[in-house]
Design a protein around this ligand. Sequence first.
Ligand code: COI
Length: 360
Amino acid sequence: MSTGFPLSRTTKPVPEAERAAILAAPGFGRYFTDHMASAVWTLDGGWHDSKVGPLEPFTLHPSAAVLHYAQEIFEGLKAYRHADGSVWLFRPEANARRFARSAKRLALPELPKEDFLASVEELIRADEPWVPRSTGEESLYLRPFMFASEAFLGVRPAARVIYSVIASPAGPYFASGVTGVTLWVSSKYTRSARGGTGAAKCGGNYAASLAAQIEAEQHGCDQVMYLDSAGEGDLEESGTMNLCLITSDGRLVTPALGTILEGVTRDTILALAADFGLTPVERSVSLNELRSGAADGSITEVFAAGTAAVVTPIVGFRGDGYEFTIGNGAPGKQTVALREHVLDIQYGRAEDKHGWMRRV
Ligand code: COI
């Protein structure tokens, strides 16, 4: 493509006072900015019609493949306003690479990295006033996505696809995010099987998680903790977040990749672990190990990592007939320090030693 995502048409923006009220308490995923980026791919024409235009509904034929076979992928990343007013993205190249991997798994066309970055950046430029001035963890959440729009009911990769980016001002994902959340260990539902789509960021994974999420809420928990589908009793991920444990002998342990999402925040935490005196370890961790480690104190802290959730302390687990807390049931010290450090890098308050920040 490489023609960029030019602003094709502006729209009447949301009035300034209304926008200010939204930015003061954005919640998560409820409000959207004035514009969207989009492009179309066809089998015979490749990528074309890339632009930023007004936020508006799509017109889809009722037989569009995405509505029937869920041929869809998405990404999530955030733009942060620094104290000097400048706007920055955090590791957007990592999202672009993962988007390409997800596309391959869902038999969708690959969007070149430069186009992914241009679409996100041009949208942010068009909607710059929507990037909040943060007092906590407010940011502009970007949601790039791609779906099969061809009108055809046969099961095969679609010959027409739409790519788009929308943006939504965001506050914390969990209301109790800093004080800690409790996870429900589901013995009924699993998230992904070997050879399945677990490593891809596709809508189907999230659709399949909803029944488990209801089960978690019925048991008074905030989210689900999935175990592996092979019945080994290994911890996988939490559906919207990767899991990390801190041990009393200074290790930061996280389940190895394979059937879980390759989280950008997970990767960030692994890269930062040594600065906190922790040795990063990627390996399988069983629920039994977690339970006994929580009981004998060899697992001192647990947290979850994700773009939306940042670093969220996990203070307890429940499952069929059991429950246990981690440490004294309050967020762990190293978890809080890691969380603050990630936020400090993202908001430009700490040195970006890894070159993760990209100015828009
Ligand atoms: C993200 O952290 O960007 C996610 O994908 C979580 C989202 C599904 C709410």
